[in-house]
Design a binder for this molecule. Structure first.
Ligand code: HEM
Length: 259
């Protein structure tokens, strides 16, 4: 093999170099970014679901995110949310880019993989497939949502957010994104725990069964919470349709004004 042959084969096969640390590093990067995004997703849903407590609670959460209490005019610093959204978007892109190397490269590879999954009937392999599909969908819908949030960081609140669901017609995006994010995150963290052997001690079969059950409960919990939250925003958005674009005035503020 001459020099040019060697370089071509090395480029087309990144694993060609013996004992290369690159695949392991990429795997670690994928796991770390995935874990960070999953934790962000769950925290994010808990914050967004503050609407279930009350409109004032959601307004309070938004105010905390914008550090409203620290700004002299009480308007807060929505730019902080924009900056955070850009950071999450970069993490999102990095995670997708690293994960994409494991996707089938063409239709033939995809067909072989489908046949393999069908023949194996192995739930973890089937779950990997669904993780790839939901990840692909999320790449587009998630990026769109984050960019909308970064641009409209000063337009988050009980009414303005609900208006986005109903009057701006974004509810289908949120519904699909919710299912994709929760399935993807749940399967992802489950696979992560197995991959890095977090609970490797003791009876492996029992540990696996418990892990699977915990994953299912977590996914069910966040999906249910997400759907109830979704319904709450839709209800508020429908009630507020005639005044779309108007901000929510906190009850305390109104009563103070009325005095
Ligand atoms: C820093 C980045 C993000 C910010 C600031 C943000 C903020 C928000 C806000 C304020 C809402 C309420 C609706 C609205 O105001 O439009 C919302 C809903 C939602 N977000 Fe995000 N988000 C971010 C990233 C993400 C990511 C990365 C995902 C998933 C990939 C995601 C998935 C969702 C879903 C599914 C809903 C609807 C929740 C439901 O209906 O229960 N968000 N987000």
């Amino acid at each position: 093999m001459n020099n040019s042959d060697f370089s071509i084969s090395s480029c087309s096969n990144p694993n060609a170099g013996q004992n290369s640390a690159v695949p392991a590093r990429l795997d670690f990067l994928q796991s770390l970014s995935g874990l960070a995004l999953a934790l962000f997703m769950w925290t994010h849903l808990l914050l967004v679901s503050s609407i279930l407590i009350s409109k004032d609670a959601m307004l309070w959460v938004t105010g905390m995110m914008e550090l409203r209490q620290l700004s002299p005019d009480g308007q807060g610093y929505p730019v902080l949310i924009s900056i955070f959204a850009v950071i999450i978007l970069l993490l999102f892109m990095l995670h997708a880019l690293v994960a994409m190397r494991k996707f089938p490269a063409n239709w033939q590879q995809h067909t072989i993989m489908r046949e393999h999954i069908h023949r194996m009937q192995h739930s973890d392999t089937t779950q990997w497939y669904w993780q790839a599909v939901t990840g692909f969908v999320m790449f587009f819908l998630g990026s769109a949502h984050i960019i909308i949030m970064a641009i409209n960081a000063d337009k988050i609140g009980p009414y303005l957010s609900a208006d986005r669901f109903v009057s701006e017609g974004l509810w289908p995006l949120y519904l699909v994104l919710l299912f994709c994010a929760e399935l993807h995150g749940g399967i992802g963290v489950y696979r992560l725990v197995i991959k890095w052997g977090v609970f490797d001690k003791g009876d492996v079969k029992r540990t696996l069964k418990n892990l699977k059950r915990t994953k299912n409960y977590l996914t069910l919990f966040f999906l249910t919470l997400g759907l109830i939250t979704f319904a709450a925003y839709i209800k508020i958005g429908m009630e507020h349709r005639d005044h779309a674009g108007q901000r929510y005035q906190p009850e305390q503020h109104l009563s103070r004004e009325a005095v």
